[in-house]
Design a protein around this ligand. Structure first.
Ligand code: SAH
Length: 346
């Protein structure tokens, strides 16, 4: 029905201005429409009540707004909510609302499925893949902000790009979405409350540093021993750790923002002294801290989280080397909403 019409949110402010002048309208109309789209989060053109009816009808002839919609909602015992979000073409991505007493974090997706092949991640098993548009990313955030206000009487406070997909492989849309949500009007979130998590694509890490968005960066490391890391994350064979370190150093020199290493400890994989030492050495190469994240099993047997005494060994050796380390518990496990469990099982 709407297939021949263009989603008006694909137009930049400049393009909107050009369009309005081409139909003989004043340029300020473009600002008004932009404001409806990105600050008031209008879900239809008919909501734009400060435009005349004839103008709205004209717009409706050529344009449409395709909002992402909540398809299903699952609530965890711990308050975490996992949303399956339906896109206009029927594809589904997942976004998670994670409440804590002090803040509400949105874990958002950047792609439908993922093109990377991390052997321990459920999303990697999905075949289909396309990039999300900036609007589809912003929609996830707006929907979670609404949920946070509704269930916790407070706005969304933090965003992590740790849902489905690799954000740095959908760079343009992700950074455009970040610009939209950090604009003064609308959500107006501080970029410092946004974390982009990457599997490690050196060139794009440097680009993100150059673009001075002021977001935080997390790197999924999981092993500081190249050979092991390549087994866990086969795509990373293309990106040697030395290149990643160089990109991270560049990141720090440009942003002065410490990098978080995400790290899972598995039985029989990276639970030895040599693994811990390698991580400690790696951390010394660039200002960083370590989040030891809990492994959420995605099938039986292949990967099993190491016992707590091994994790404590990690903590004590890292701390001995003056490296900040935290043990991160997962949320929403009972509904498969935890990291690496997003796989459209609903
Ligand atoms: N592609 C990006 C962002 C998505 S993954 C990245 O790799 O960083 C977000 C985080 O979840 C990553 O640190 C990833 O390694 C981790 N993860 C993947 N599968 C997991 C699982 N089964 N249990 C716990 N964390 C997992």
């Amino acid at each position: 029905m709407n297939e021949n019409k263009k989603d008006i949110r694909a137009l930049s402010l400049n393009e909107l201005e050009a369009y309005f002048s081409s139909i003989g309208e004043k340029p300020f109309r473009a600002r008004q429409v932009y404001d409806w789209l990105w600050n008031k989060n209008a879900r239809s053109l008919s909501e734009m009540t400060n435009l005349s009816k004839p103008l709205r009808e004209k717009l409706e002839k050529y344009f449409v707004i395709n909002p992402a919609e909540i398809h299903t909602v699952q609530k965890s015992k711990d308050g975490t909510i996992k949303n399956a979000i339906k896109l206009h073409d029927g594809n589904i991505v997942e976004s998670v609302m994670i409440p804590t007493p002090k803040r509400t974090t949105a874990c958002v997706s950047s792609q439908v499925g993922c093109s990377l092949d991390c052997t321990f991640c459920a999303t990697a098993r999905l075949i289909r893949m396309r990039n999300l548009s900036p609007a589809e990313i912003v929609d996830q955030i707006v929907l979670i902000d609404e949920q946070s206000r509704k269930y916790h009487q407070k706005p969304l406070s933090n965003i992590v790009f740790m849902g489905m997909g690799e954000p740095l492989l959908n760079y343009t849309a992700v950074t455009e979405a970040i610009r939209k949500i950090t604009e003064d009007k609308g959500l107006g979130l501080s970029p410092r409350r946004i974390t982009v998590s990457t599997s490690g694509i050196p060139k794009m890490i440097m680009k993100l540093a150059d673009d001075t968005l002021k977001v935080k960066l997390a790197l999924s490391l999981h092993s500081a021993i190249e050979k092991k890391r390549n087994q866990l994350m086969p795509f990373s064979k293309k990106f040697p750790l030395t290149d990643i370190v160089e990109a991270l150093r560049y990141w720090y020199s440009r942003t002065k923002s410490r990098i978080t290493f995400e790290y899972i400890v598995w039985k029989g994989i990276n639970d030895q002294e040599e693994d811990i030492k390698a991580l400690a050495e790696f951390c010394k190469k660039v200002p960083s801290k370590v989040n030891l994240i809990q492994y959420n099993s995605i099938d039986k047997g292949t990967y099993v989280q190491a016992d707590i005494d091994v994790i404590e060994k990690y903590v004590s050796l890292l701390e001995k080397n003056n490296i900040v380390v935290k043990i991160r518990k997962s949320r929403g496990e009972d509904i498969d909403a935890a990291c690496g469990q997003l796989a459209n099982k609903h």
